[in-house]
Design a protein around this ligand. Structure first.
Ligand SMILES: [Zn+2]
Length: 214
């Protein structure tokens, strides 16, 4: 029997992943870097946003959520892959969400922020958190030492939402190297290898989701 998108052999729908903003990393006509992160929606038993994008992305995020009958207020959880400005600016939109980020290399735990209450607390180590069905958070250091990625089980396969552990599709060749001044290259390469092994699809830090041919 042909399986429809979003159906599964479980008695509930599996999680789905949608890219709301295809982050960019390009030069404008003045030669200045135009940079914004990819913003991703996971629909599971919770509504989850991974990375919240740059200054220009606010209206696009709201419009894309509307298409799915959602508003920023209906997001339950925000996960920030790391704390670089191009990935976090619109976090304030998600007032009802619990906002998760990591602040130090393993084995340190992460933080969860409660915007409505204006407070934060430490969480369990991310690998042990059970935030929603069909997803988990893994450590993928290198771009920053506290970098995390989100792995989602969908009907189509495993999707890794990688933030800048996988900056864009061109890093799929396994050879392209980021600026060594910005990154721990050895850790970056180990994390990239791990992501390629796990993923059927990758959502990179900048750009649209793509398939990993095995
Ligand atoms: Zn970054």
């Amino acid at each position: 029997m042909k399986m429809m998108m979003g159906q599964s052999c479980l008695d509930r729908e599996m999680a789905s992943v949608n890219v709301l903003v295809k982050g960019q990393h390009s030069k404008n006509e003045d030669g200045k870097l135009v940079i914004s992160s990819t913003v991703t929606l996971i629909k599971s038993n919770k509504n989850i946003i991974v990375d919240t994008g740059s200054f220009l992305d606010k209206e696009t995020i709201i419009k894309e959520l509307q298409k799915k009958d959602l508003t920023p207020e209906s997001i339950d959880i925000v996960i920030l892959t790391h704390l670089h400005l191009d990935h976090i600016v619109n976090t304030y939109l998600f007032k009802n969400a619990q906002v998760y980020c990591k602040f130090k290399k393993d084995p340190y735990s992460g933080q969860v922020h409660y915007p409505r209450k204006g407070c934060l607390e430490r969480t369990e180590p991310f690998g042990e958190l059970n935030l929603a069905n069909d997803m988990c958070i893994i450590s993928t250091p290198g771009h920053t030492e506290d970098m995390v990625s989100v792995v989602v089980d969908t009907v189509e396969g495993k999707v890794v939402i990688a933030g800048d552990a996988f900056p864009d599709k061109s890093f799929l060749d396994g050879k392209k190297q980021p600026d060594p001044l910005l990154v721990n290259i050895q850790e970056f390469n180990e994390s990239r290898k791990k992501i390629i092994e796990i993923a059927d699809f990758i959502v990179p830090g900048h750009g649209d989701m793509f398939k990993v041919e095995k």
